[in-house]
Structure formats: C-alpha cells, structure tokens
Write a protein that binds this ligand. Structure first.
Ligand code: SF4
Length: 323
C-alpha cells in the first residue's frame, strides 16, 4: 500500500495490476510500460516456479497473459508489464496497517474486467474484510460484473453453510420443460426436486437482507455519454456506489433515477492530466451540468483540483466517507 496524491483517497493498493481495456488516456499503462520488467534478466519471470504460481499464455486475445505471483523476489511493481497479474503476496498489506485509511483498490488495473477470474476478486474482498479499519474504493469500466459478484457474495455464505451449491444450480436450470418433467417423475425424484426448491427459496430469503460491507464503495468510470448510458451496476440497493467522470471527454447528459439516488454516494469529476496529443480540455458548462444533476438528486460532488482554473470559483469537494 502506498500513500498517493489522488485527492479522493489517501492510499493506493494494487493486489492486481494490468488491464486490457486499452483506453487512449491511460496513465497506468504508461507507468507499467516504463517500470515493467517482463522478460528482462532478473525479472520475477526469470525466477520461475519458486515465485510464480501460474502463468498462462493464451490464444484468446482477451486474455493474452495471466500470472499469479506468491512472492516477488526483486520487489518489482510490474513483473508482467501491463498484463493481468495477481500479486497474491500483497493481500496482507491492509491488515498490517492499523490506522484507518481510504484505499483506492486497483489504481493500476480494472479488477472487474471480464478477464479477471472470480477467485482473484474474492481473495481481494476477503483481504478487505480482514482489515475492516479501512474504507475501500473500487473502480471499473465493467459495472455489470458488480451485480454478478455482489449476488454471488450474498448467496455464498449460505451455500457454504450447507455445502449445497448443486441445489442452486439445479434450480437455476429449471424451465417449463423441467417443470413438465417433474410431473412425470417418480415420487422419490419429485420429493428431492421439491426439497431443492424449498432450499433455494430459503437461501434467497436469507440473502434478501444481505448488504455489501458498508466500508466498500463500488465505483464506475464513465468519460462519455455512451458509457454513461451503459452504467448499469445491476446492484439495486445492496451496495454503495460512486461515479468517476474522469477524464471528462464531452458534455454528458446525466440524470439519476430513483434507484441510483439510493446507492450512488458520490460523483467525482476530473480532467485528463499529462500532455497527450489530442487531450480534451473540458468546458465549464460540462462540469456545471454534472453539478446541477447531482444537486437535483442530492448526491455529493467532488471536483478535482485540475478543474480549478476552468471552474473559476472554490471547488466543491465533498467526500461521503469522510463525514
Ligand atoms: S480502464 Fe483504467 S486501467 Fe484500464 S486501460 Fe482504461 S484507464 Fe487504464
């Protein structure tokens, strides 16, 4: 874990690095390329099995390389450059720090990208649960995965208790043909099927009141209207979310429906940094529109320092996790 200059948190933690979204403005990719050591002499890769648990080179263009490290001999931050890498040896870092921090998890990755295995994400969640003194902030460009993971997390404890995952699978496969088939079953088969049905109902009932831990915030990055339209979390009110509109690339038409008003706790707005050719300088009215939409919905706003000149008045910088 490292102290950071990112204004809406105080620490970054990168148990997973690397991302395949390929955003043109990505600062993380530049850093990983600069400090990456993949394939170089003395890199973690060269140290081989003693340190690397898994290493896959796939033909699948969406998962070209995936690596899991349980140790990092040279303490290299990016032993596989910007390819998805699980630094398992970093999982205990939050637990070692006793004083409460606001932690941006995965500043060098999209840990909810489709290429990241569920197990990696679950291990990160477990590490967060083991250090509840901190506030954890996640960000993704793939928010629909939140819904799937949160639902899984909600149901999982009950499944574990009874070790009956198969029952849920059986129920999920039920359709009208299954139901017809049930009618033709023997008495014994029917009884088992009805037990499974009852089991599933009780699991869902128990999971209904389950909430994602309230020291974890699930954020979504949007930079354009197209992304804003697809910002479906699939979360309902089981978790707390936030939006990061950074770097803002155009005037975004933002409206929050009733559901979002319930679980979006903050909107962060920022401009692109660096000197990239083609970098977009936002207009004041783009920012004002977002602030107005947030005010109408009663959602706090955080305008990053790099908007100070464009905004021209004291920046609004509200952080719900600091209240
Ligand atoms: S999603 Fe984030 S980490 Fe991934 S390429 Fe885009 S800016 Fe970089």
């Amino acid at each position: 874990m490292k102290k950071t200059n990112i204004e809406w948190c105080d620490t970054t933690w990168n148990p997973i690095t690397g991302c395949l979204h390929d955003c043109p403005y990505c600062y993380a990719h530049g850093i990983a390329r600069r400090f990456g050591t993949f394939g170089e002499e003395k890199s973690a890769y060269e140290f081989g099995d003693d340190f690397i648990e898994e290493f896959h080179v796939n033909n699948d263009i969406n998962k070209p390389i995936m690596a899991v490290l349980h140790e990092n001999p040279e303490k290299e931050p990016y032993p596989f450059d910007f390819f998805p890498t699980f630094h398992r040896y970093r999982l205990n870092e939050p637990a070692k720090i006793k004083k409460s921090r606001t932690v941006f998890v995965g500043s060098m990755a999209d840990i909810f990208g489709e290429w990241i295995p569920d197990e990696w994400v679950q291990e990160v969640f477990k590490a967060c649960e083991a250090a509840p003194q901190h506030t954890y902030l996640f960000l993704t460009k793939n928010p629909t995965r939140y819904g799937r993971i949160v639902l899984h997390e909600a149901i999982n404890p009950y499944v574990k208790q009874t070790n009956s995952l198969e029952h849920i699978k059986i129920h999920d496969m039920m359709n009208i043909d299954d139901i017809r088939a049930v009618k033709n079953m023997t008495h014994q088969e029917n009884r088992i099927r009805l037990q499974n049905e009852g089991y599933k109902m009780s699991v869902m009932k128990s999971a209904q009141n389950w909430m994602f831990p309230n020291n974890m915030y699930l954020g979504v990055t949007i930079t354009t209207n197209k992304q804003a339209e697809k910002r479906n979390y699939g979360l309902s009110s089981r978790a707390q979310g936030f939006l990061s509109i950074e770097p803002i690339e155009e005037k975004i038409n933002l409206e929050f429906d009733e559901k979002e008003r319930g679980f979006i706790k903050l909107v962060i707005v920022g401009a692109e940094t660096g000197r990239r050719k083609g970098k977009i300088i936002p207009k004041r009215e783009w920012i004002a529109d977002i602030v107005n939409a947030c005010r109408t919905a009663g959602i706090p706003v955080f305008l990053k320092n790099n908007l100070a000149e464009i905004w021209g008045e004291p920046l609004i910088q509200e952080l719900p996790w600091e209240v």
